[in-house]
Design a protein around this ligand. Structure first.
Ligand code: DHB
Length: 391
């Protein structure tokens, strides 16, 4: 088999890259170890920046998003027992976010690729990538029991946090020590219940952080901070609702309960590797960086990476220019580090650290007061939340 760009991983980065390349007349093959069903059903985050929404709309994969997604013009920061709205729409000159689950984005991209005759191979095994420092890199894998070799011009490592591609960059050539572990995790639930709020609530509370999000008029997504060593078995439904009520309900906010049908604990990390390229290998998305979930930047960063990578590959195929390929890492890392900062900032402003003193809690409240009480502070949050424009 032969293609122009071999893509390892059918997540947001890999599928969006394949879609964008196709629109530029560049062929790709996407492989993934997971089944299509697994990819289309795994629950992840669900907030799309304005730039992600615009890109999906402009490239013909925005129809269902427009119909089923929820456009939110603001968020609430809740602290000291009261909700404070950040009017993102006004503060950013008309930008907003759309709540639409990541696996729905993946369904739309998979459908678009298959409808266009794209090659997506799910459930492959024994993947290896070779010769990335030559002009003819290869991906070897097993598919339906047969060994395959895919000859490529370039390989895109879009294989997420369990990446094999990142490990092709030799030790002396890569920094992997930009890393931070956080002393908490999120307990995430999906519940059949009416929405508790018209917009997302990010709640600071002395018992710990809580987040109220949504998925549809009758399915809600909520999260609350727990200890990283905690387990799902410790949390029967009653205890979950009591905790969410304690952290969020009160003046101007009321949690609405219902049957919970999914529970999971998400760990927190910040990570960046540098460079994100080696020879003819280019990393995009979680294979190269991870942000803590507060602010929902993960999928949006993956999309921004492959948007830049598409431009660079298109310039190569159109004019043999390698300038944009050579500067790929520095181009995308600027945005990645800004998202790292934003996610870290939101996380540290809103979560309870295990050793937090009363001083620390009061300092956090003052920070939230500064942000919500100042036009400049609110705008800083709003601009970063709706997302920087895609360059
Ligand atoms: C969701 C996830 C996030 O990390 C966030 O900041 C907001 C919403 C969500 O899954 O809906």
């Amino acid at each position: 088999m032969r293609t122009q760009v071999g893509i390892v991983g059918a997540g947001p980065a890999g599928l969006m890259l394949s879609h964008l390349l196709h629109l530029r007349g560049i062929e790709s093959v996407v492989i993934d170890k997971r089944s299509r069903q697994d990819i289309e059903e795994t629950i992840r985050a669900g907030v799309l920046e304005q730039g992600t929404v615009d890109l999906m709309t402009e490239t013909g994969v925005g129809a269902r998003l427009k119909q089923e997604g929820f456009v939110h013009h603001g968020i609430y920061l809740r602290f000291g027992g009261r909700s404070h709205r950040i009017n993102m729409y006004e503060l950013t000159g008309g930008r907003a976010v759309t709540v639409y689950a990541q696996h729905e984005v993946l369904k739309d991209l998979i459908k678009a690729r298959l409808d266009a005759g794209g090659q997506l191979l799910f459930g492959v095994d024994d993947v290896s990538v070779e010769d990335v420092t030559t002009d003819a890199p290869k991906i070897r894998f097993s598919s339906d029991g047969a060994r395959q070799e895919l000859d490529c011009d370039f390989v895109a490592g879009c294989d997420g946090s369990q990446t094999i591609c990142r490990f092709l960059i030799p030790d002396g050539e890569i920094r992997t020590d930009y890393f931070r572990q956080y002393p908490f995790a999120w307990f995430g639930i999906l519940a059949h219940a009416p929405p508790s709020s018209d917009e997302l609530i990010y709640a600071h509370h002395e018992r710990g952080f809580a987040l109220v999000s949504t998925r549809s008029p009758d399915v809600q997504r909520l999260y609350f901070q727990v200890d990283p060593g905690d387990s799902v078995e410790n949390w029967p439904d009653d205890r979950i609702w009591a905790e969410l009520h304690a952290r969020v309900s009160g003046e101007g906010a009321a949690i609405k309960d219902g049957p919970i049908f999914a529970k999971a604990i998400l760990q927190f990390r910040s990570f960046v590797c540098e460079p994100m390229q080696y020879g003819r290998l280019f990393l995009a998305g979680d294979s190269a960086h991870t942000v803590p979930p507060t602010g929902a930047k993960g999928m949006n960063l993956a999309v921004a990476d492959v948007h830049a990578l598409t431009r660079a590959l298109a310039a190569y195929y159109e004019s043999k220019s390698t300038d944009l390929l050579e500067t790929y890492t520095s181009t995308v890392l600027r945005r990645v580090w800004r998202a790292q900062h934003f996610s870290y900032w939101m996380t540290s402003m809103l979560h309870r650290f295990p050793d937090a003193s009363d001083f620390d809690l009061r300092r956090q409240l003052a920070e939230l007061d500064t942000v919500t009480g100042s036009l400049a502070g609110s705008r800083l949050l709003a601009e970063n939340y709706v997302g920087l424009p895609l360059t």
